[in-house]
Design a protein around this ligand. Sequence first.
Ligand code: NAD
Length: 280
Amino acid sequence: MIIDGKKEAEILRNEIKREISQIKKKINKAPSLHVILVGNFAPSEIYVRNKIKKSKEVGINSKIIRYPKDVKEEEVLNKIDELNKDNEVSGILVQLPLPKQINKEKIIKLINPLKDVDGFHPSNVGNLASGYSSMIPCTPFGCLLLIKKVEKNLSGKHAVIIGRSNLNGKPMAQLLLKENCTVTIVHSKTKNIKDECLKAEILVVAAGIPNLVKEDWVKTNSIIIDVGINKLENRIVGDVEFEKIKEKVKAITPVPGGVGPMTIACLLKNTLKCFKARLT
Ligand code: NAD
C-alpha cells in the first residue's frame, strides 16, 4: 500500500475548513497565523508561500512578516513580543533557518507556548515528553496520523526512528511512546543501523540522506514513513529506496506526496487548536 499523503492532507484540511466556517458563523471570528520570514532563502520562500496559501484556503487569516537577511535580532524579538500580546493573533511561526546574527534558541523561547504552532517551545517539548497536553511539532504529528491510517492500535509495536533532531526524530519518539510502542532512535553515530532497522514494524526515516534505507534493511509487513526531502538534479527524493521497498512492505509514504502535505495540514490543525484555546 502506498500511503497517499496528498489525499489524507486534503481530508484533514476539509475537516479544519468546516470547523472554522462553523465557528465563524457563530462568533464571526477566525484563527490567524503570523509567519516571520527573515531573508530570501529559496526553500523557505516556497515553504512559507505554501503555508500561507493552504491556511487561507481553510479560512485562516494569515500574514507574512518579512525582514531582510541582516535584520537585528532585537527587531525580530520585539515583533514576537508584540504578536504575543496581540489577542487577535492565534499562531506565531518563525521560519527556520535563521541568519547567524539571530539566536534561534532566544526566538523559540520567546514565542508564547500557547501560540507556538510549531511546538518547538521548551514548555511544549516538556509537556509532550511528560505525556501532557501540548502543541505537537507538525511533521511528526503528520507522520503519526499517516501511521494510524494504516494501523489504529500501535500498542506493543517496535518502532525505529532514524534521526534525532528536535524537529523530527525526538518528538516522533515521544508520540510513538505515547502510543505504547517500543521505540529505538538511531542516528549518525549508531553502530549497525541495518540490524536495528530490521527489528522495525514501524520505521520513520528523517536523516536527509537519499537512498539511505535499502531493501534489505526493512521487514515485510512493516510501515515505512519517509520524512526526507532531498534534491537530486531535477527531482526530489526521500531517504528510502522507494521503488524497491514498496513491493516488500505493508505500507510506505512516497516523496513527494507523503509526509510533506501532512506537515502543512498539521500546521493548520495546530493554528486552529491555538485559536480555540483562546476562546475558552
Ligand atoms: P537534521 O539534519 O536536523 O537531522 C538529521 C538526523 O539524521 C540527525 O539526528 C543525524 O544524526 C541523523 N543522521 C544523519 N546521517 C545519518 C546516517 N547516515 N545514518 C543515520 N542517521 C543519520 O534534519 P531534520 O531537520 O530532522 O530533517 C531530516 C530530513 O527531513 C531532511 O531531509 C529534511 O529536509 C526533511 N524534512 C521534511 C519535512 C516534511 O515535511 N516532509 C519536514 C522537515 C524536514
